[in-house]
Design a protein around this ligand. Sequence first.
Ligand SMILES: Cc1cc2nc3c(=O)[nH]c(=O)nc-3n(C[C@H](O)[C@H](O)[C@H](O)COP(=O)(O)OP(=O)(O)OC[C@H]3O[C@@H](n4cnc5c(N)ncnc54)[C@H](O)[C@@H]3O)c2cc1C
Length: 408
Amino acid sequence: MSAEKITTQCAIAGGGPAGMMLGFLLARAGVDVLVLEKHADFLRDFRGDTIHPSTLEVMHELGLLDEFLKLPHQKVREIGGIVGDEKVIFADFTHLPTRCGFIAFIPQWDFLDFLADQAKPYPGFKLMLRAEVDDLLWDGDRVVGLRAKLPDGTLDVSADLVVAADGRHSKLRALAGLDVEDLGAPMDVLWLRLPRRPGDGSQTLGRIQAGRLFVMLDRGDYWQCAYVIPKGGFEALRAQGIEAFRADLVALNPALADRVDGIGSWDDVKLLTVRVDRLKRWCRKGLLCIGDAAHAMSPVGGVGINLAIQDAVAAANILAETLRARLVTEELLAKVQKRRQWPTEMTQAVQLFVQKRIISNVLGMTATPRPPFVLTLFNRFPFLRRLPARLIGMGFRPEHVHSPELLP
Ligand SMILES: Cc1cc2nc3c(=O)[nH]c(=O)nc-3n(C[C@H](O)[C@H](O)[C@H](O)COP(=O)(O)OP(=O)(O)OC[C@H]3O[C@@H](n4cnc5c(N)ncnc54)[C@H](O)[C@@H]3O)c2cc1C
């Protein structure tokens, strides 16, 4: 076992949307940056696939939109659901004042690979895979670096700034002793794949039936499915057996009868635990948390990736120049929190409202649900669909790229 030591201006723990976008933006601005990702690649199943209009706008500002949209993707211009027996469309993105009036569904590993490819030409960018950060390095009360486990030893990284972008189970925020406010979530999600047949169509629709919520995302040759269960309810479901689960899926969507046998056992069904929380302080001397590490997002609205990207854009706007000059202060880190706190709190407030008023109710229902009156208004007055589209597609106070670009 060897212990390696390196020095960088910014060390980022976690190569998810927040970490990769920040790594790219800082390298683009001439900062020496190292992103450490614990997995060997980005190819993991349990990542959201939604790239929203606000993120597409950021890609445009970076001059990358056309290239990005060459990746295989589906354009989703409306979001709707089937509540009981009734179809409701409640968000229409085509009127947004953005370059793209749609959500691009792109497997997240393609998005992250794309960012890595764009970042690589910048001399300051380094991505290390299979590097699991498991400790912080301190000088008194200041974080001055991190320690990572590598396949063949350990790595000590000295850095002017450590960024925790290690997701909703962030180890770094715990190591830094930052207080977490748990906001609660009534559900967990089961994540599974089903084959897609040529005649299936491609509309992404949620299905709401008594006690159940089911979403199918088009991933080309298969459907990525999310089946929402009450928090902690997985064991009870397992106890009923896989056959009962298959029958439940068919009851939700009879068109699946010809393929549910593809779910051979519970090994084909992943449990994703949902958390909604946020830090009281996102930073301390030498360390900043962004993305889910600062505020774990509910899957409601599928906005977590975009919030993570917005955090990265804001952090790069505020910090790039001073990082390059090696002058980052705690006050400047606090500015990132100040900039992003309000959009985060507003988004989580909406998510908590939906979790409490809609998801909890649906999960507790025993009779076939009917769309609530407010939802029926979206079918009667289609222009109302623009408001949810704005909240989901652009969010609160979208960020724009102001960090500089130094040519590679
Ligand atoms: C069930 C579910 C479905 C969701 N669906 C969507 C959706 O469709 N659309 C959407 O926008 N959002 C969705 N979200 C939310 C979204 O996944 C997150 O908000 C978003 O991924 C946050 O990005 P991030 O970069 O902050 O963290 P993450 O995406 O979690 O990335 C963190 C990265 O850090 C790495 N890592 C962790 N620990 C370490 C360590 N110690 N050392 C090194 N690396 C480490 C991880 O491997 C990971 O790559 C969903 C969430 C859940 C729970």
